[in-house]
Design a binder for this molecule. Sequence first.
Ligand code: DSN
Length: 495
Amino acid sequence: MQRLFPSALCLVRTTELLLQRSSVRMASQWTGQEPLAQTDPEIKSIIQNEKQRQKLGLELIASENFCSRAVQECLGSCLTNKYSEGYPGQRYYGGNECIDEIERLCQKRALDAYGLSPDQWGVNVQPYSGSPANFAVYTGLLAPHDRIMGLDLPDGGHLTHGFMTGKKKVSATSKYFESMAYHVNPQTGLIDFEGLRKSAKDFLPRMIIAGTSAYSRVLDYARFRDICNEVGAYLMSDMAHISGLVATGVHPSPFEFSDVVTTTTHKTLRGPRSGIIFYRRGVKGQDKAGKDIMYDYERKINSAVFPGLQGGPHNHQIAAVAVALKVASTPEFKEYQLQVVSNARTLAKALADRGYNIVTGGTDVHLFVVDLRSKSVDGSLAEHILELISISVNKNTVPGDTGSALHPSGLRIGTPALTSRYMKDSDMGNIAGFIDEGIKIVAEVKGQLSKPNLTVKQFNAHLAKDEATQKKVSELRGKVEVFATQFPMPGFEDH
Ligand code: DSN
């Protein structure tokens, strides 16, 4: 980047101007230099409360993590001021020298992190997050009403993989494309590949999506590829949940088998909230005359992101993603990912030892799903009591669930965030104990009130007037918070 140095005369004039401007600033009421606490004490105080909540609690939501101070510095930087529609070297606004440098660096680090050659893979780092990334792939490669197949949401899939019910096309992906779900085997909880193959042969999808939000076993990308080859479909792998595991070789890589790979950057990858699309480029094969056939995804996908769906890239996010990708190539990051999986296995076992059923019997990744049907407490009550004792989890359906999405029969539990606070296997027993004690409080209230279908509202009404239950909840919350505060918070200046 070219730098211009002002002459001495210029410096004198600049100093005069600055002095004039600062007296104007002092005369006005607001200069833009005031800290948040002064400009907006209300928002400052809510942020402080959220910080306390994160610090005092145990974060077990599988899709969340705590990003580093360096990532947060990018997010709070001047990069948020800049418009840069277009791509590096071809922008619709001036002043993008630094932004181009950042976006190119982010692209390079993204390819490096997954061991990809720029001759064979291209990357778009502009999607605002995972859902827009997925929609950009669909609109780029498919025509309206083309057919897609994704794992059903209640079986551990994602909304953007075509979710719909018998009554409603819930996700826009099922409104603008024709969607048919594939499933897990309700007995084993494992993806039913034979069912997928059979349905795909009848439905003839244009794209199959290999990706999950609540699935605890490694994905067999080769089997997905075989089925795609049989029916002539694209394979899009959405590795949002496992992208940190993939980057470190802790989960098999989807790249060898996929046409396109999408990801978010804030889950196991531990970056800011953002999205990335990787697409194949270069030579696809040869025609009958021996002439090269080239992949045509690059132009289609890039133009689907911009100008198709998005406006200006969020450059503060892109810089933060670049930082996260740099960290992802360190040996410490691999150790972290191994610990994430080890913690998930140990926690799942500790809960199983306390009589909880774990879907698929365990986990290979950063999360697992607890089937609460044998405990006769549904997922929403369990989520609620755990929230009252400063443990964050989310309710989740389990294979073969007959509960509704708002009252499913399970909990999804993940360990990326706890592991970012340096918790180890030896800490998981305590955490399982807290979860079990919390769920027992609800089960006891259910028994006392003889209400087999106890709702959160009824539980709260009981809690408001029953001092014994209040005491149990508050003592347990105290234990959880004392335990949690022993562990540092990455990214917090006062950790
Ligand atoms: N909302 C994310 C999750 O919790 O899995 C997926 O986008």
